[in-house]
Design a protein around this ligand. Structure first.
Ligand SMILES: Cc1cc2nc3c(=O)[nH]c(=O)nc-3n(C[C@H](O)[C@H](O)[C@H](O)COP(=O)(O)OP(=O)(O)OC[C@H]3O[C@@H](n4cnc5c(N)ncnc54)[C@H](O)[C@@H]3O)c2cc1C
Length: 386
């Protein structure tokens, strides 16, 4: 049995070592795009502050160590580009050698984690995220090279405050910029007030209810017009799940942006329905959406369907009725994209083979096009009754 794991930090490496404990002979390959595996993200802010002074203490394991102790084949600087679910292979790229190859799997584990959210603002390239050891190295290099005396931390969540604590420890004058009226959103306001008092007691300036508008060379301009001194700018406004790989492999992605899994953490492919199931589904209250163009819809469509063209769907999602949906197009391709846009695989299914398959299937029932299969005309955006 061969298991391939995408991502070699907390999730991926825990899966790999657990698998080894369960099966001494399993073939386990871990692909990690970055330079390090199994490192202590939680220690990164404290490395900036010098509490964890030795960088080596952040690196819990190396590919060689994991190979020796657990018999894991760990390949860093190797990115998984795509998944072929039919052939059970992944396409990978060796980032240092600039070569690509296929790797087969019996079981594929996805643990791609998340990437920092970077707002689209003028000068944002001057702000540093703190997600990886490489990010921490950049901040340390900036502190050593530029010797900043002032810093702005954008984001007053847990990581932002840990960074503020540690930059203060380094002697920098730190401002925390937080869009909300308080730091640490999960806390009740009266609890947050205590945190505010502590931060101020340690010399931290709080800029609450405001956000960054522009990052300048040695300052940050805020949306309320204030300018705060910041020779160093750290970005800590949260992360977004890395789902590009899963999405292009046709795996379901949920409305909150994560990979959809069942109670056993198994992914789900897009749900599809067959043409002959449609009558029963419509009878049970499912709404049918035709995502083709108005001209295609006008030329012939499945009775009862609402026409919302794919190119308009993103802006008209709030028009979708509650309950189950089936989306269709001519052959299934555009409806696949539409299902991903709706983003709720439990609720939405793609009509397999689209309108043409439904038309052929309906005709085959009587050998001549049935009345139901006859092209039906309706106005765009309205449920047709014919
Ligand atoms: C500064 C900081 C402090 C934190 N402090 C705490 C704390 O105190 N307590 C706590 O519980 N949590 C803390 N966390 C959160 C914790 O570190 C994360 O929850 C944890 O790292 C998530 O692990 P993961 O393996 O799911 O994802 P990640 O750590 O994001 O790892 C996923 C890896 O997958 C790789 N990858 C993605 N796509 C591909 C691909 N296509 N091919 C190959 N590789 C790929 C990425 O390069 C990445 O290295 C902190 C995080 C940070 C950044």
């Amino acid at each position: 049995m061969k298991t391939v794991i995408v991502g070699g930090v907390a999730g991926g490496m825990s899966a790999a070592t657990r698998l080894r404990r369960l099966d001494a002979n399993a073939d386990i390959v871990v692909f990690e795009r970055g330079e390090h595996v199994s490192y202590a993200n939680c220690g990164l802010p404290y490395h900036l502050g010098g509490v964890i002074s030795d960088r080596k203490d952040l690196l819990l394991q190396t590919p060689e160590g994991l190979g020796g102790r657990f018999g894991l084949d760990v390949r860093i600087r190797t990115e998984v580009l795509s998944i072929d679910r039919e052939r059970r292979t992944v396409r990978v790229r060796d980032l240092d050698r600039a070569t690509e190859y296929d790797e087969s799997w019996d079981v594929l584990v996805l643990s791609p984690g998340a990437a920092p959210i970077v707002p689209d603002l003028p000068g944002i390239e001057g702000a540093l995220p703190l997600r990886t050891v490489t990010d921490a190295d950049r901040v340390v290099t900036a502190m050593r090279g530029q010797r900043p005396r002032t810093a702005a931390v954008i984001g007053g969540g847990f990581i932002g405050l840990e960074v503020a604590e540690n930059l203060t420890r380094r002697g920098l004058a730190v401002s925390v910029v937080e869009l909300d009226r308080q730091v640490l959103a999960p806390l009740d306001p009266e609890m947050a007030a205590g945190v505010h008092a502590q931060l101020r007691a340690h010399g931290v300036t709080l800029c609450l209810g405001t956000g960054p508008a522009k990052v300048l060379a040695d300052a940050v301009e805020l949306t309320d017009g204030r300018l705060i001194d910041a020779e160093l700018v750290l970005l800590a406004i949260g992360v977004r799940p890395e789902v590009g790989l899963a999405r292009t492999a046709g795996l379901a992605v949920g409305s909150r942006g994560g990979i959809v899994v069942d109670a056993s953490m198994r992914t789900r492919g897009e749900r599809s329905v067959q043409w002959h199931q449609l009558d029963n589904l419509l009878h049970a209250g499912t709404t049918l959406i035709d995502v083709r163009t108005p001209a295609e819809h006008h030329a012939g469509h499945i009775p009862g369907s609402i026409n919302i063209p794919l190119d308009e769907l993103r802006g008209r999602l709030d028009e979708l009725p509650a309950g189950d949906l089936v989306v269709y197009c001519q052959v299934g391709q555009r409806a696949h994209t539409a299902a991903a846009l709706v983003g709720d695989p439990v609720r939405v299914a793609n009509l397999d083979g689209g309108y043409l398959t439904w038309l052929a299937g309906s005709a085959s029932r009587t050998d001549t096009p049935s009345s139901a299969a006859r092209p039906t005309r309706s106005r765009q955006g309205n449920a047709s009754t014919g």
